[in-house]
Design a protein around this ligand. Structure first.
Ligand SMILES: NC(=O)C1=CN([C@@H]2O[C@H](COP(=O)(O)OP(=O)(O)OC[C@H]3O[C@@H](n4cnc5c(N)ncnc54)[C@H](O)[C@@H]3O)[C@@H](O)[C@H]2O)C=CC1
Ligand SMILES: CC(=O)C(=O)O
Length: 372
C-alpha cells in the first residue's frame, strides 16, 4: 500500500504521524511511504533520516495526500478538506462530535475515516489515545502551575506552598488516563489533589494507586460545585468515547470560583466540560479570562512537546497501520474489533453512533457495510 504523511498545519502542531523508525517498519513489510518535505522537522527528524529509512520525499501536501492511506496527527483543518477523495483511508485523530463541517466533508467525499481516539480494545481502553492523554495529563498540572503565577494572570500561588503557607488545591474531574497523569504531577509539585469521577470502580482503583495522598469524590453537580469554590486549579479530563463532552461545570459554578483561579480543560478536543470553555485556544494565545477565572483550552497540548509525543504516538499507531496496509482496511477491520470501532465514516455514512447522535445524522453499522 502507498501511505502518505503530510506535514501538520495546525497552530504550533510540531508532531508528525510517523518517525523514521515507523517508516522503516512499514517499508520492511513491503509498503511505500511518501513523506512531505519538512514534515518531521518540528519533532527533530530530518528529511534525510526519512530517506534512509526508505521513504520517498515529496514537495507538496497534495502529493502526500494523494496516496491510498494518509496518516496524520490532528483532525484535518478546512484548508485540508480539498485533499479528500473517494476511498481515501484517513487514519488520524478526528474528534468528529464537535466538528460538523469536518464530518460533512468526510461523508460527502466518501472517506474511510478511522479515528485514533475511538480504536478501542476489548477491555474498553483506547490504545491510540492513551500516550497523548499521558502527555496532556502531565502537561495540564505543569501548565496550571505556571498560569497560577501572578505575571501569567493567576492569583499568584505556588502549588506546593511552603512551610507555614497552605498548599494549592487541584481538582481533577475525570480520573482516567489524563486525570491519573495530571494527579501524579500535581502530587509531585506538592499540591492537595482531589479526583472526581463517576465510576465507583475507577475511584476504588485510584484509591488503591494513590492511597491517602489524594481525595476521591463521586461526580455529581453538588460535589463539583462545592469542590470548585475552594479550588485553585481545576483540570477537565472526562471522556465518553466518541461523544461530545458533557458540560459538567456550569457557568454559575465558574462564577463561584476564586478570582485568579485556573481552568485547564483538556477535554476541549471533544467540546470541553465547562460551559465557559466555549472556544478552542492555541499555543500562541492559550488563555482567556472569564468571571475572573483564567481558562486554558488548547486542543493539541502534546504538540508543544513534539519529540516525546511523536515517538509515543508512533509506538502505538504502527502495529495498527501495519494491519491496515497488510490486509487492506476491510479485512483488517473485520479481523480486529478494536480497529472496526475506529471507523467513524465509511461509504458516505457515519459509522460511529455517538458521532451520528451529536450531528443528528443517520447511523450505519460499519460491520454490515464491510460485509456487503
Ligand atoms: N487537549 C488535548 O491536547 C488532549 C485532550 N485529550 C482528551 O482528554 C480527554 C480525557 O481523555 P482520557 O483521560 O484518555 O479518557 P479516559 O477514558 O481514560 O478517562 C475518562 C474518565 O472520565 C470519567 N467520566 C465519565 N463521565 C464522567 C462524569 N460525568 N464525571 C466524572 N468523570 C466522568 C470516566 O469514568 C473516566 O475515568 C478526552 O477528551 C481526550 O480526547 C487527550 C489528549 C490530548
Ligand atoms: C488526542 C489529540 O487530539 C491530540 O493529542 O492532539
Amino acid at each position: 500500500m502507498r501511505i502518505g504523511i503530510p506535514k501538520e498545519i495546525k497552530n504550533n502542531e510540531n508532531r508528525v504521524a510517523m518517525t523514521p523508525a515507523g517508516v522503516m517498519s512499514l517499508k520492511n513489510a513491503g509498503h511505500e511511504i511518501v513523506v512531505e518535505m519538512g514534515a518531521g522537522i518540528g519533532s527533530g527528524f530530518q528529511d534525510e533520516e526519512y530517506v534512509e529509512a526508505g521513504a520517498e520525499l515529496v514537495q507538496t501536501a497534495s502529493e502526500a495526500w494523494s496516496q491510498e492511506m494518509v496518516m496524520k496527527v490532528k483532525e484535518p483543518l478546512k484548508e485540508e478538506f480539498n485533499h479528500f477523495h473517494e476511498g481515501l483511508i484517513l487514519f488520524t485523530y478526528l474528534h468528529l462530535a464537535p466538528e460538523p463541517e469536518l464530518t460533512e466533508a468526510l461523508i460527502n467525499q466518501k472517506v474511510v475515516a478511522i479515528a485514533y481516539e475511538t480504536v478501542q480494545a476489548q477491555n474498553g481502553t483506547l490504545p491510540l489515545l492513551t500516550p497523548m492523554s499521558e502527555v496532556a495529563g502531565r502537561m495540564a498540572s505543569q501548565i496550571g502551575a505556571q498560569f497560577l503565577e501572578k505575571s501569567k494572570g493567576g492569583m499568584g500561588i505556588l502549588l506546593g506552598g511552603i512551610p507555614g503557607v497552605r498548599r494549592g488545591k487541584v481538582t481533577i474531574i475525570g480520573g482516567g488516563v489524563v486525570g491519573t497523569n495530571a494527579a501524579k504531577i500535581a502530587m509531585g509539585l506538592g499540591a492537595d489533589v482531589t479526583i472526581i469521577d463517576l465510576s465507583p470502580e475507577r475511584l476504588r482503583e485510584l484509591d488503591d494507586i494513590f492511597g491517602s495522598s489524594i481525595n476521591t469524590i463521586m461526580s455529581n453537580p453538588l460535589n463539583i460545585a462545592r469542590e470548585l469554590r475552594t479550588t485553585d486549579l481545576v483540570i477537565g479530563a472526562v471522556l465518553i468515547p466518541g461523544a461530545k463532552a458533557p458540560k459538567l461545570v456550569t457557568e454559575d459554578m465558574v462564577k463561584d470560583m476564586m478570582d485568579g483561579s485556573v481552568i485547564v480543560d483538556v477535554a476541549i478536543d471533544q467540546g470541553g466540560i465547562f460551559e465557559t470553555t466555549d472556544r478552542i485556544t492555541t499555543h500562541d494565545n492559550p488563555t482567556y479570562e472569564k468571571h475572573g477565572v483564567l481558562h486554558y483550552a488548547v486542543a493539541n497540548m502534546p504538540g508543544a512537546v513534539p519529540r516525546t509525543s511523536t515517538i509515543g504516538l508512533t509506538n502505538v499507531t504502527v502495529p495498527y497501520a501495519l494491519q491496515l496496509a497488510n490486509k487492506g482496511y476491510k479485512k483488517a477491520c473485520l479481523d480486529n474489533e478494536a480497529l472496526l470501532k475506529g471507523i467513524n465514516t465509511l461509504e458516505g455514512f457515519v459509522t460511529y453512533k455517538a458521532v451520528a447522535e451529536a450531528h443528528n445524522l443517520e447511523y450505519c453499522d460499519a460491520h454490515s457495510l464491510l460485509d456487503e
